[in-house]
Every structure is written in C-alpha cells, then in structure tokens.
Design a protein around this ligand. Structure first.
Ligand code: HEC
Length: 153
C-alpha cells in the first residue's frame, strides 16, 4: 500500500469516528424499561430547585449498569434523568407532568449530553455542544466517572 493510500484511509477513519462522536445523543427510546437506579425529590431550599423542582427518576441501560457496578462506564452507556413536576395531595407528593429528560451517553472522547423538553422526543433544550458548559462542567466533579448517582443511593 502506498503512503498516500494509508494517509487517505487514516483521514476517512478520523472523519467517520469524528462524525459519530459529534452527532447529537438520540432520544433514549424505551428508557422506562431500563434499570431504575434511584429517585429523588427536589423541593424549595434545595440549590437545584429553580431548574430541577419536582421528582426525578434515573434509569440506566445495560452498559451503564456495568459502570454503576464498577465505577468505569463503557462505551455505549446511556443514563436518563426523568424529571416530573410535583403533584401534591394531602400528605403525598407524586410525579406529575414530565418536565424534561436529561441524557448522557458515553462516547470515545467521554460523555456527551442532551436535554429533551417535556414529553417531546425531538425538541431539544440543551444540545451536545451547549452541554459542554451547561452539563459537563458540573458532571466532571462527580467522582465515579462523571456520574453522581449510585445504585445504593
Ligand atoms: C450543578 C451541577 C449539575 C449540572 C449543571 C447538571 N447536572 Fe446532571 N446531575 C447532577 C447531580 C447532582 C445528579 C445526581 C442526582 C441524583 O442522584 O438524584 C445528576 C444526575 C444526572 C444524570 C443521571 C446520572 C448521574 O450523574 O447521576 C443525568 C443523565 C444528568 N444528570 C444529565 C445532565 C444534563 C443533560 C445536564 C445539562 C442539561 C446536567 N445533567 C446538568 C448535577 C448536575
């Protein structure tokens, strides 16, 4: 093989990998059937209240479950954060309308983020590019490979 061909193949490979890593994270179809990791309520007084008021559930696909067990999340790990407005009744708080679905997917160059609005599978509130500052900046502080929640949480 000529040096030219080798360089050309290298470029094609780089382009292919680059293209797939820069693409937006897909809507996590069927995430309600993934493994439930934890749930939590965020009320007034919590620093996350302005954006995350309500009840959220966290779900992990199979590769992400390996990450939760070992602390190192393999390629293809996807985690969904499903936020619902609080529906309060006498002595009870239940999940109401879906507010957003935050998603993180493990790629070759690390986690990529996205935020879907409400029940929409297409309306994106935070793109992957925006997620670098709006999501990743905080998640890099999480000690277990950028993930805060734990199976025992
Ligand atoms: C200020 C810090 C902060 C920012 C900014 C932030 N998150 Fe998180 N995120 C958290 C914390 C803390 C949890 C854990 C919540 C729990 O355990 O109930 C979490 C949980 C998650 C999870 C479940 C996996 C995990 O780490 O526990 C996903 C998915 C997620 N966030 C996506 C996003 C996306 C997408 C964005 C940007 C639109 C974002 N996050 C912005 C702090 C942040």
């Amino acid at each position: 093989m000529t040096a030219f061909k080798i360089i050309l193949l290298g470029c094609i490979a780089t382009l292919t990998i680059g293209a797939s890593d820069d693409s937006e994270v897909a809507y996590p179809q069927g995430f309600r059937e993934w493994t439930h990791v934890t749930s939590s309520y965020v009320g007034e007084g919590n620093p996350s209240f302005p954006k995350y008021a309500g009840i959220h559930h966290i779900y992990a696909n199979q590769p992400a479950m390996t990450g939760y067990r070992t602390g190192a999340f393999p390629l293809g790990s996807v985690i969904a954060f499903d936020l619902h407005a609080p529906k309060t009744g006498p002595g009870s708080i239940q999940p109401g309308a879906r507010m957003l679905v935050d998603v993180m997917e493990k790629r070759r160059d690390g986690w990529r983020f996205i935020e879907f609005l409400g029940d929409s599978r297409t309306e994106v509130a935070v793109t992957g590019a925006q997620g670098v500052t709006r999501c990743m900046a905080c998640h890099t502080k999480a000690q277990r490979d950028g993930v805060f929640s734990r199976l025992d949480g």
